[in-house]
Write a protein that binds this ligand. Structure first.
Ligand code: NAP
Length: 249
């Protein structure tokens, strides 16, 4: 009997879960547990790490998982790497649902960097107002550039002090429209943006708003992941599972 595991935590994973639930397929949705009150799902949900490759392998065997869909954020490299290894170890078919990265278009003022250290180094010396749109676990290295005024946006309020002396925190859950992003960028007089090349539509509005406003964007490239089969649409995942999608792609 088919029983899929969705490694989730993204808008695409949520839409996939809805499609799978509507199709009446058996599946479990897994959250990493970063968000205090994650979005509800129509599928049975589990929350928290598996315990590395060994823990995930054990889980796949114990739960009788026949298909794994890695629909995590493209920067969740540890989870994706573990999934490749655990699926190889247990002989479980794996498919990644991953949107193509954004590509620079006319009018974009991007400084493309490979990692956080290079992103920190790419900020100017003079004090500027920076929108740091990169996720809370990656902000500490920016403490090396304390002269800047940082704006951060989190789903949950931060616990404890942030490692940045001048930090303005917005607590809000996306997706955001371009008008939302104009408002955020203008109301804080943002001059620079640091973003991850997530791809897809959900996080794109800030990049589009930056282009219109002529703001420089320090764009973090995606981490390298091991080779694995990968598709970009929910319809392709459903086909892989042997079903036609009920909602669009
Ligand atoms: P990561 O560094 O690759 O993962 C670190 C560890 O967290 C993994 O080794 C695993 O622990 C656990 N983990 C991560 N995702 C999991 C999942 N879906 N189910 C169960 N355990 C999971 O990942 P991250 O960058 O911290 O991201 C954590 C989660 O947040 C991911 O699921 C990702 O999809 C989501 N996220 C969403 C967005 C967004 O914009 N929507 C942005 C960033 C992250 P064990 O080794 O113990 O199994």
């Amino acid at each position: 009997m088919m029983r899929a595991l969705i490694l989730g935590g993204t808008a695409d994973a949520n839409l996939l879960a809805e499609t799978i639930a509507q199709a009446g397929l058996e599946a479990v949705y897994s959250y990493g547990g970063r968000t205090r009150a994650p979005a509800g799902q129509k599928l049975p949900t589990r929350i928290g790490g598996f315990g590395g490759v060994t823990g995930l392998s054990d889980y796949l065997r114990r739960e009788g998982i026949t298909h794994v869909i890695d629909a995590t954020h493209p920067f969740a490299a540890e989870m994706s790497g573990n999934a490749v290894m655990a699926c190889a170890e247990t002989g479980t078919p794996l498919l990644a649902l991953e949107r193509a990265p954004w590509v620079r278009t006319a009018g974009d003022n991007w400084i493309e960097v490979a990692d956080i250290t290079s992103a920190v180094a790419a900020l100017p010396e003079r004090r500027v107002r920076v929108f740091l749109a990169i996720g809370r676990q990656h902000i500490a290295p920016f403490g090396a550039r304390p002269q800047h005024a940082y704006t951060l946006r989190f789903v949950d309020p931060p616990e404890g002090a942030l490692p940045l002396p001048d930090a303005d925190v917005i607590v809000s859950r996306g997706p955001f429209t371009i008008d939302d992003e104009f408002e955020t960028l203008r109301s804080r007089a943002i001059e620079w943006i640091v973003a991850r090349n997530s791809g897809g539509a959900g996080a794109r509005a800030k990049i589009d708003a930056a282009r219109v406003l002529g703001l420089p964007v320090i764009m973090l490239a995606r981490p390298q992941l091991p080779d694995r089969p990968r598709v970009e649409s929910i319809a392709e995942v459903m086909e892989w599972l042997g079903h036609r999608a009920c909602l669009g792609a």
